[in-house]
Unconditional design. Structure first.
Lengths: 315, 491, 282
């Protein structure tokens, strides 16, 4: 077990190093000079050079890479070129929108998917099952930004129940803030809920066909009792794995929805930073997201291996 | 249905509530772009000026609502016989928001800082003519120019020339300290900036206690923010297609003003076949300006025939030089040896006038046989490829700097127009201080570039402001990128 | 399974038939658009703009007065082309990598390929696609590359997993004993047996590709004008949604129905190819 953990740890660190080099080089070749962007059309060459110096953009590639990585190891993500504030502070602020939004969407998706999946599985082959499955097909196929636009049309423009964008801010109170996250959360949750409901259903059906359920049924439990007492708990493992995956997706994958609703979240920050050539923000946020995913994957691998020794041989 | 009625009823109740109350003393002003930081002397971003110019920071001179130059911190000035020495008398009793006094030393500091070797001022050219800045006494500053410059007072009114203090310069990007009628209060990055009334203002005090600038970049969100009355004013409203709905709604008022933005189809005068004046003339005749104004701007904008603002007294209407005439365009192309047309690039920056206008323009050019390869660029790419790299055939951009016809005298400027006669004319203009002679020279200049078909002249950008009924004192036009709130009040 | 038996089973699967029909409609629209569209979409007709559906324009006109039905037909070309090539890139690189990894299970090569896969999976895909187009410029080609890259690990992992179980089969053992090399075995014995799996996954990735292309075009990073694309039609319609909702509804429906068709087809094919899953899943 230790050996396995050690091996995975080595490959984890390697992955992180490779990822940081890839991100750095990639961002380096992004055309467009941040200084030129900031100074606009009337800037002179010497002004540009002066600003580049101030931004720390001069120096060799290797020097800049090392100072970036070194800074991150010390928890210093650099200073945004455009805003002139520490990137870590900016990330911190944006997380207060992206994190609640992801949790909100995940909660909604679970609340929809669990009952729908369980209901469909328990009434397998019925009209209910077919309609739930049909709806999930629609949910997977609908482009979420289009769904978001339609919701804006109905709920913001016609009914005026919600504002079509922007974030009320936590200082305006919990409910107004959550209200401004509601339409985005629904738009994000719909496809996730559809996937989750399908996984829930098929996982339950798998479990229901297994021997221990048959035994339970043979002992006199009704189908319903067997489902609630035994099958559900066992069917949850794959479902929880999917929820975990969806969470990391929601953190980074909300860019487009954040754009539709102009929410100042993490994804939108990166998107704007790319167009403003605020490269240090792009590098640091992408690295942070990659780091999070790699570490979560590592933790999951270790956890599974701890539970099931067969998995220690990579399969 | 019942919900909808309920919504309408509560909206009505709210309207009555606000209508019956005493005049409000705070206002929420929305705009599309957020300033990257708060130093007007350290970046080109117009959003910085929008929030801070004349509200928080003031210069020696300033723009008035109609674009004329009026005294700012300098209440009066004397110009020497030879036009080289300006002696400014500063206003008395002016303090910065941190309590320190504003005097001649601060003016010298600001101007010297802007023109210094390591200055990061985006408009350094404005200060190029300055030879020395001398402090005569605490309220008098003497500025000596290397040669006479008819536009010096105009230059000093720019946001890039505001007066800052050495005591607060280090934190200016986050905590700007100026002399204006409002002081900076708070910045929630990504969302809003708040200004508060400066109780110790040296001039006429602001009428509002608090101004919140809110940043809403998405046009759809802009529409619903106004509809939901989340904001009181939206300046430079980004979606002209939605304006008719606001006009029909008694809750709102739409004010369409003019800007200094000449929107042009810039042509690279140094690449084949655009180096041939016949080809440029053909392109100019292929353009249907009204279709572009209608299609891209939903009718907002005045067609122009040269690089000059139509609301300026010296403007000459030269649209007749380039009437929409596809047949003539084809003939001209044939004369130039391109009877089968040619292919070129059309590089478009992000604003919708460029993106939408570009699509329409491409189809108009296709009608006379010119194929364009469109690429949509972000500003950073546009600056690198088009503006600095000069790697383009055609591009659409609005030149929002006021009185910038002199860019045609710079042969290395991105469209690379090189005409010694024009350059001589501009030299003469900057040496001339007599208003009538200047007016004559400006008219000549407009005619030269129009007849040389340097660029395709499309329209003067208009700026729509949507405001709640009852807001008074907003600027209609945008002579500079300022949202001057000092005279705004609720009726 | 005999030829007619297969076809018969295919026709009995409702989702397969519905999916195939939906997909065919859009493929057909794309093909027809090369020869004929109801209205020319290269010329603008501003006075005719934002007409509602009906009359001369079945689905109405857009903000430049162009016919939306024609735009959707030509847009189908873009969507389908981008998705097909992206899936092609994914298969072209992913399948050989997966086969190689399986053939040398546990070797350094296997480790490198699998770690590389994990690495690509760890990158937030949409963000990277946006960065790729920011670096190389927005175009349909770069959208294809960006989407294609993220298809590679999907196919590599799938192929490796399936191939690993095949390597333990008797007939593969026999081939090894007969002295055939790993490459030859991979292509002669393993690949043909993972084809069904690849077709099913290919269909799913195809539909994801269409969604991804729409998302990229929506943020302005896909196909460039004048080439119509569904995602950009949606982006253009956004500020006009309150005055001309049809501009937003029809292109969105086109995406929805195409993706739905492909997903149904994928599900149907999976059931058809793998009766075991069918028994459990459906």
């Amino acid at each position: 077990m230790l050996r396995f953990a050690f091996k995975r740890l080595v490959s984890l660190s390697l992955s992180l190093v490779v990822a940081s080099v890839v991100i750095f080089l990639f961002v380096e070749v992004v055309p467009g000079d941040p200084a030129a962007y900031m100074l606009g059309m009337n800037a002179t060459e010497e002004t540009l050079a002066a600003l580049r110096d101030q931004l720390g953009l001069s120096g060799t590639l290797v020097e800049r890479y090392l100072s970036w990585v070194g800074g991150m190891l010390r928890g210093d993500f650099g200073t945004s070129y455009t805003y002139r504030t520490p990137v870590s502070e900016m990330i911190g602020e944006r997380l207060w929108i992206s994190l609640p939004l992801a949790l909100y969407a995940l909660t909604l998706s679970t609340l929809i998917a669990f009952p729908a999946g369980i209901w469909a599985a328990s009434k397998r082959g019925s009209v209910a099952d077919v309609s739930v499955m049909g709806l999930t097909q629609l949910g997977v196929a609908i482009p979420n930004f289009w769904f978001a636009m339609l919701m804006v049309l109905v709920f913001s423009i016609n009914l005026r129940w919600f504002s079509a964008g922007g974030f009320a801010g936590w200082e305006s109170g919990f409910l107004p803030a959550m209200k401004s996250l509601t339409l985005p959360a629904i738009a994000l949750a719909l496809p996730q809920a559809s996937i989750l409901a399908r996984v829930m259903r098929s996982s339950l059906l798998d479990t229901l066909s297994e021997d221990f359920i048959r035994t339970a049924r043979a002992k006199g439990l009704t189908k319903r009792q067997a489902l609630w007492r035994h099958a559900l708990r066992n069917a949850l493992i794959p479902v929880l794995t999917i929820i975990g995956l969806q969470f990391s997706f929601l953190m980074a994958g909300a860019i487009i929805i954040e754009n539709v609703f102009s929410l100042p979240g993490l994804g939108r920050m990166v998107f704007q930073a790319i167009s403003a050539r605020d490269l240090i923000v792009v590098e640091s946020v992408v690295m942070l997201l990659v780091f999070a995913v790699i570490v979560v994957n590592f933790a999951v691998d270790i956890a599974y291996a701890a539970v099931d020794p067969r998995l220690r041989v990579r399969g | 249905m019942s919900f909808m009625k309920l919504g309408a009823a509560s909206a009505l109740a709210m309207m009555m509530a606000t209508g019956g109350a005493l005049a409000k003393s705070d206002i929420v002003v929305a705009m599309q772009l957020e300033p990257p930081h708060l130093d007007p002397t350290g970046a080109a971003a117009g959003a910085i000026d929008s929030v801070l110019y004349s509200n928080v920071f003031e210069g020696l001179t300033r723009f008035d609502a109609d674009g004329s130059i009026i005294p700012g911190l300098a209440r009066d000035w004397e110009i020497s016989e030879d036009g080289r020495v300006y002696t400014f008398s500063l206003a008395e009793g002016v303090t910065f928001h941190d309590g320190t006094t504003m005097d001649a030393e601060d003016v010298k500091f600001s101007l010297d800082r802007a023109r210094a070797e390591d200055s990061a001022n985006a408009q350094k050219v404005l200060f190029e003519g300055i030879e020395t800045v001398e402090v005569v006494d605490p309220l008098t500053v003497k500025v000596t120019l290397s040669e006479p410059d008819g536009s010096f007072l105009f230059n000093m009114a720019w946001g890039d020339a505001v007066i800052v203090a050495p005591e607060s310069i280090d934190d200016i990007k986050q905590a700007p300290i100026g002399t204006g009628a409002f002081k900076f209060a708070n910045w929630v990055q990504g969302d809003n900036i708040t200004l508060e009334r400066n109780p110790d203002y040296w001039g006429e005090a602001a009428k509002l206690d608090k101004v919140t600038f809110k940043f809403i970049s998405d046009p759809t969100a802009a529409f619903s923010a106004v509809m939901a009355e989340d904001v009181d004013v939206f300046t430079a409203f980004p979606a002209p297609e939605n304006l008719p709905q606001f006009e029909d709604d008694p809750r709102f008022e739409v004010i369409v003003g003019s800007t200094e933005g000449e929107t042009i189809l810039a042509m690279n005068n140094k690449v084949e076949p655009l180096d041939d004046v016949k080809v440029r003339k053909a392109i100019s005749h292929a353009i249907d300006r009204q279709a572009i104004v209608d299609g891209a701007q939903f009718g907002l904008g005045t067609p122009i025939g040269t690089h000059f603002a139509p609301h300026h007294p010296d403007y000459v209407d030269l649209t007749g030089n380039s009437q929409h005439d596809p047949e003539l365009a084809k003939e001209l192309l044939a004369e130039a040896g391109y009877e089968d047309g040619f292919e070129t690039t059309l590089k478009l920056p992000p604003p919708s006038y460029a993106r939408r206008g570009g699509e329409i323009l491409a189809s108009q050019l296709r009608a006379v046989g010119i194929e364009t390869e469109i690429s949509n660029l972000e500003w950073a790419q546009w600056l690198e490829q088009v503006f600095n790299g000069k790697d383009f055939g055609l591009t659409i951009v609005s030149h929002t700097e006021p009185m910038d016809i002199n860019i045609y005298a710079r042969p290395d400027y991105y469209f690379q127009y090189d005409n010694p006669d024009f350059q001589a004319l501009m030299d003469e203009l900057s040496r001339t201080t007599d208003p009538e002679a200047r007016s004559e020279l400006l008219k000549q200049a407009q005619t030269i570039i129009s007849e040389d078909y340097v660029n395709g002249y499309l329209f003067q950008l208009a700026t729509p402001t949507v405001a709640k009924a009852g807001v008074r004192g907003l600027w209609k036009d945008a002579p500079t990128q300022a949202v001057d709130m000092t005279g705004v009040y609720w009726e | 399974m005999t030829e007619t038996g297969f076809l018969g089973a295919a026709l009995r699967s409702r989702s397969l038939v519905l999916g195939a029909v939906l997909t065919a409609v859009f493929v057909l629209a794309a093909v027809v658009s090369f020869a004929w569209v109801p209205h020319d979409i290269t010329s603008m007709n501003v006075p005719d703009r934002m007409k509602g559906p009906g009359g001369a324009h079945l689905l109405g006109t857009d903000h430049f007065g162009r016919d939306i039905l024609s735009m959707i037909m030509v847009g189908a070309r873009t969507s389908i082309a981008v998705a097909v090539v992206a899936v092609g890139i994914g298969m072209g690189f992913g399948v050989p990598l997966g086969l190689a990894a399986a053939a040398r299970k546990g070797s350094l090569l296997d480790e490198v390929i699998m770690r590389g896969n994990d690495l690509v999976f760890a990158f937030p895909s949409l963000l990277i696609a946006i960065m790729i187009t920011a670096v190389f410029g927005a175009s349909a080609l770069n959208a294809i590359i960006a989407i294609g890259i993220f298809n590679i690990p999907v196919f590599a992992r799938l192929t490796r997993g399936a191939a690993l179980s095949l390597w333990t089969r008797d007939y593969v053992m026999a081939a090894r004993v007969a002295g055939k090399g790993a490459t030859r075995i991979s292509f002669e014995h393993i690949l043909p047996n993972v084809t069904n799996l690849l077709i099913v996954q290919g269909t799913i990735q195809f539909s994801l590709g269409i969604l991804a292309e729409a998302a990229l075009s929506y943020v302005g990073l896909g196909a460039q004008p004048p080439l119509p694309s569904w995602g950009r039609m949606l982006a253009d319609s956004q500020t006009m949604i309150s005055i001309a909702p049809h501009m937003a509804i029809f292109p969105g429906l086109a995406i929805l129905l195409t993706v739905l068709g492909l997903n149904l087809m994928g599900d149907g094919l999976r059931d058809l190819f793998d009766p075991k899953i069918r028994r459990v899943g459906r």
